[in-house]
Design a protein around this ligand. Structure first.
Ligand code: ADP
Ligand code: TMP
Ligand code: ASP
Length: 237
């Protein structure tokens, strides 16, 4: 496969057109950003770790019947994916209270959420990804009613699959963000699933093993991602 022009340079990944019209190459960079791009750093090895982590998770999701854009690994830091028409919304499911939910609702970090919650956010850094609801999505044409329903069903199916997968590795899946896109008239999972876009805590110590280590300046960010990968049996070298 031949890499063509750069289609989009995001905060942590670059997206390239290829010689196949319906395929893209996603390049996972070492850049790490938080607070909608306000805090940015380069963390050595992160691109490679996230690329392989994402490939592993996308394959587990496909096996469980979640349609994803993932095709195959191309190199240490690149993957081939289907080219989607991305929907500008982020889907967040939370199993345990943390992050913006704690700030917004004043609930205590660490409480179990039963049932898990679902939230939509608008993908717009300049507006700091405001929370939106299904009316906003339909009124402003960001997705149809059917697509909204499909995103909710798929995002909860991901929860069923990944909560168990991580628990088996001694990890709590606290929350995560997913993005979807259109492909041949259906909605499929796009973007990534890595510790950059979810919260993972050690099930016993509740140590944070995700991007909160970067957001909160705890350090050992990539080492924590590698620890999660090791526990899941993901080969990194
Ligand atoms: P951000 O845009 O938030 O800075 P990234 O640095 O991760 O995020 O950039 C990757 C970009 O590529 C995102 O905007 C994402 O929506 C987009 N993207 C991810 N997967 C696909 C895909 N399969 N087809 C088209 N665009 C995609
Ligand atoms: P939040 O607590 O900041 O709302 O984030 C919830 C989860 O979604 C957390 O795992 C981080 C992830 N997330 C992103 O990866 N990117 C984003 O832009 C947002 C808003 C959340
Ligand atoms: N994903 C957003 C960013 O990279 C928000 C965050 O992770 O804090 O800035």
């Amino acid at each position: 496969m031949e890499k063509k022009s750069e289609l989009y340079a995001g905060k942590a990944k670059s997206v390239y057109n290829t010689d196949e019209a319906d395929k893209l190459i996603l390049q996972f960079r070492d850049d790490t950003s938080a607070f909608d791009g306000e805090k940015i750093a380069q963390l050595a090895r992160k691109g490679m770790v996230n690329n392989k982590f994402n490939a592993f998770i996308m394959q587990r999701l496909e096996e469980a019947g979640v349609p994803t854009h993932f095709e195959h690994l191309l190199s240490d830091t690149e993957s081939v994916v289907k080219k989607l028409e991305m929907l500008p919304v982020e889907c967040v499911v939370r199993n345990i209270a943390a992050g913006s939910m704690v700030r917004r609702l004043g609930v205590k970090e660490g409480i179990d959420l039963n049932p898990p919650t679902f939230e939509f956010f608008l993908k717009d850094d300049a507006l700091h990804d405001p929370m939106i609801n299904e009316y906003h999505i339909q009124t402003f044409g960001w997705a149809t009613e059917t697509e909204i329903e499909e995103m909710k069903v798929l995002t909860f199916r991901v929860n069923d699959v990944l909560k168990q997968l991580f628990l088996g590795a001694g990890l709590l899946l606290v929350d995560y963000k997913l993005e979807y896109g259109r492909f041949n008239g259906r909605i499929i999972l796009g973007d990534e699933f890595t510790p950059d876009g979810c919260r993972l805590w050690d099930a016993h110590t509740r140590d944070k093993l995700d991007k909160d280590r970067f957001r909160q300046g705890i350090g050992g960010v990539v080492e924590a991602y590698e620890e999660v990968a090791r526990r899941l049996g993901i080969a990194l070298d």
